[in-house]
Design a protein around this ligand. Structure first.
Ligand code: SAH
Length: 352
C-alpha cells in the first residue's frame, strides 16, 4: 500500500489530520517517508545545501565553534553535535578545519542527531574516523559543554498552520475530496499560543507554529546555559514568519505538497523569533548568512583555495562562493541565530 493510500484510509476512518501529522508521515514514515527511505541531497537528489555546495561553509562553522571553545577556557570534555547532519559533509569539513586548534580534537566527542537510517549510513561512512554516536533526539546528548550546529534541520520539523478568523483561529487540515487529499479549515477556536499574533495579523492571515522546534531549542539552550558551549542554527526563514510557507521540492523544483506523499521534501520557513523566545540561554542577533560568512573570512579562504584550481574547477569554486554569500542567492534568505552562555562572548561572526 502506498503512503497516499495509507493516509486516505486513515483520514476516511478518523477524519482530517493536521499539517504536522501529514508532514511527519510524509517525511519520516518508516517504510515510505521521504527521509526514511532515501538520500535526498545533491545533483541527483531533490535539493542541495550549503555544505554540499562548498567545503568553506563547514570549515568556517567549525572554526567559529572552536573559537567559542577557546573563549570559554577550552573545557576538557565537550560534545560536538549536529542536528540532521545529512551526508556528514559539514561535520567532516568542520573537523578537518579544526585539526590545527591545539587540544580541540582531544577534548571533543562527536554526536549526531539523525532520524533517517539511510542518512545515518552515509554519515557513518563519512565520519568513521571520528567514531560518532547517534541519537534519536537531542535529549539523550551527554551532559557536557555543548557545541552544536544545525543547518537546514529546523525547516524539516512538522508545522501547524492557522488562519485568523473574526472570532479565533481556524486550523488548516488535510482532508479528502473525491479520493484526493485537499486542505480544509476547522471551525474557529481560540489558540492561546497565538495571542501575541493578534497584534500583527488581520482576519484571513495565516500563521505557522512549530512545537517540536520550540521544544528542541529550549532543550539545547538549557544545556548551553547549564554547561557552557554554543549553538549555530542556520536556515531559511525570518524573525516572526508570516503567511503560508509550507512547500514541497521535488527534483530541485517546487511541487504540490499533496500530490505525491513521501516523494517530495516538505519544509516550512523557520520562525527564528520562536527559537529565540524558547531558549533560556543568551542568543545573538539574527544575521544573514552572507554577512556571517564574510565576517568569518570566507573571501580570504576562497582566494586561498582558488590558488590550486583552474578551468572548470575554478569556475565552480567561484560560483560556490557567490552562491553561499550573494544577497540574490543564499546570502540573505538564509540566516544564522547563535546561542551562548550568559556573560560569554557570542560566537564569532555574530553579535548581540
Ligand atoms: N544538515 C544537512 C542536511 C539537511 S536535510 C545539510 O546541510 O546538508 C535535513 C536533515 O535533518 C536530514 O539529515 C534529515 O534526515 C534530518 N531530520 C529531519 N527531521 C528530523 C528529525 N525529526 N529528527 C532527526 N533528524 C531529522
Amino acid at each position: 500500500m502506498s503512503l497516499r493510500d495509507l493516509l486516505i484510509e486513515r483520514i476516511a476512518r478518523t477524519g482530517p489530520i493536521g499539517l504536522a501529522d501529514y508532514m511527519q508521515a510524509c517525511l519520516m514514515h518508516p517504510d515510505h517517508g521521504y527521509y526514511a527511505t532515501r538520500d535526498p541531497l545533491g545533483v541527483a537528489g531533490d535539493f542541495t545545501t550549503a555544505p554540499e555546495i562548498s567545503q568553506m561553509f563547514g570549515e568556517l562553522i567549525g572554526l567559529s565553534l572552536a573559537q567559542c571553545w577557546l573563549d570559554q577556557g577550552a573545557p576538557q570534555r565537550i560534545v560536538l553535535a549536529e542536528l540532521g547532519p545529512g551526508r556528514g559533509t559539514l561535520m567532516a569539513d568542520a573537523l578537518r578545519a579544526t585539526r590545527a586548534v591545539p587540544g580541540f580534537h582531544a577534548a571533543l566527542s562527536v554526536h549526531l542527531v539523525e532520524a533517517s537510517p539511510t542518512l545515518r549510513a552515509r554519515q557513518a561512512a563519512t565520519l568513521a574516523a571520528y567514531a560518532p554516536e547517534w541519537h534519536d533526539t537531542p535529549e539523550t546528548l551527554p551532559d557536557a559543554p555543548l557545541f552544536l550546529i544545525a543547518n537546514e534541520f529546523f525547516d524539516a520539523l512538522p508545522i501547524r498552520q492557522f488562519q485568523r478568523a473574526e472570532n479565533g483561529w481556524r486550523e488548516r487540515v488535510v482532508g479528502l475530496r473525491d479520493d484526493a487529499l485537499v486542505l480544509g479549515l476547522t471551525d474557529p477556536a481560540p489558540v492561546a499560543a497565538l495571542d501575541h499574533r493578534l497584534e500583527d495579523t488581520a482576519p484571513g492571515d495565516i500563521v505557522e507554529t512549530c512545537a517540536p522546534a520550540a521544544a528542541i531549542a529550549a532543550g539545547i539552550g538549557a544545556r548551553i546555559k547549564a554547561h557552557g558551549g554554543a549553538a549555530l542554527i542556520a536556515d531559511y526563514g525570518d524573525w516572526r514568519s508570516m503567511g503560508d510557507t509550507f512547500q514541497a521540492i521535488e527534483a530541485h523544483r517546487a511541487a504540490d505538497p499533496f500530490a505525491h506523499p513521501g516523494e517530495a521534501d516538505l519544509t516550512a520557513h523557520v520562525d527564528f523569533e520562536a527559537l529565540a523566545a524558547a531558549t533560556p540561554s543568551a542568543f545573538t542577533r539574527l544575521t544573514p548568512q552572507g554577512v556571517f560568512l564574510e565576517r568569518l573570512g570566507i573571501t580570504a579562504r576562497a582566494q586561498a583555495l582558488a590558488q590550486g584550481l583552474s578551468g572548470q574547477a575554478l569556475e565552480t569554486h567561484i560560483a560556490a562562493h557567490r552562491r553561499l554569500t550573494h544577497p540574490e542567492e543564499m546570502g540573505t534568505v538564509f540566516k544564522i541565530l547563535g546561542y551562548f552562555p550568559d556573560g560569554a562572548a557570542p560566537p564569532p561572526g555574530l553579535d548581540t
